[in-house]
Ligand binder design. Structure first.
Ligand SMILES: [Zn+2]
Length: 263
């Protein structure tokens, strides 16, 4: 069975930042998945299907995730995913809904508008999952345990109350986490937590609070290289994916090897 994983996107626009993917490029990614018989689903649906052990149910799934909850996700990605019958998970910040990404960012990324409750409800209505990215993009590695617990527990409680839906999935701000944070995420009631480590998910029961993902932030639009990256993604060729991604992304000089900037 080919290896499957969680694709990561941030902003879907032509703004041209290192975390932006142009709508046409995003559409090409989704079209490639669709033409290869793969359906994009939320993180929780993907993990539940893989954990069931039913290979027939999970072999044609790939999870799609959006970090931060940019307004462009509703405006650009939602109609494209709807067209293909796909869903996704959007990791939002409970205290930034309807605001801007005005937290400490990496590189030259501008602050961009974020979805408020109404567009997020439209995503929910389309079958998407709302996950938590914390309250305000506070780096958990700089917080005391009580602050880490507050970021995880309060964001989950507030999002569940506002949207009247369960919040099962967490995403570490900046992708930074420790073993204690994995325990805190579990204790806060989440089923999984995602990072920006690059990789596929071999077994969703192993380290479910430190899942790697497949960063799809592509700055260069060379069609041949993009096609090769998509092929590696679908075939589950991890080494080839990492190599191609290095070529296709413009990594900020102060981020870790292979890391996606997470604004
Ligand atoms: Zn983020």
């Amino acid at each position: 069975m080919p290896r499957r994983g969680i694709l990561t996107y941030h902003d879907i626009s032509t703004v041209g930042t290192p975390i932006s993917v142009a709508p046409d490029t995003f559409r090409a990614h989704m079209a490639y998945l669709h033409s290869n018989g793969i359906r994009g689903v939320s993180v929780d649906e993907f993990l539940t299907a893989v954990a069931s052990g039913d290979n027939a149910a999970s072999r044609n799934l790939m999870a799609i995730s959006f970090d931060d909850g940019f307004a462009s996700v509703h405006d650009e990605a939602l109609p494209i995913l709807r067209e293909y019958g796909f869903t996704a998970t959007v990791y939002v910040l409970a205290h930034k809904l309807g605001g801007r990404s005005d937290w400490r960012r990496l590189g030259t990324i501008p602050d961009l508008p974020l979805m408020g409750p109404a567009p997020l409800r439209a995503c929910l209505k389309a079958g998407w999952e709302i996950g938590s990215h914390g309250l305000d993009h506070h780096p958990l590695t700089e917080g005391r345990p009580v602050e880490v617990a507050r970021q995880m527990r309060t964001s989950r409680a507030e999002l569940e109350s506002l949207f009247a839906c369960p919040v099962y999935s967490f995403c570490y701000p900046y992708g930074a986490f420790t073993r204690d944070h994995c325990v805190a995420a579990r204790d806060a009631g989440y089923r999984s937590a995602t990072t920006i480590r690059v990789g596929y998910i071999e077994n969703p029961l192993v380290r479910p609070f430190a899942f790697p993902r497949l960063g799809m932030n592509i700055v260069r639009t060379d069609p041949r290289l993009q096609q090769a990256l998509l092929k590696a993604t679908v075939k589950g060729h991890a080494m080839r994916f990492v190599k191609l991604r290095r070529i296709l992304t413009r990594r900020p000089h102060h981020s870790g090897e292979g890391a996606v900037p997470c604004v």
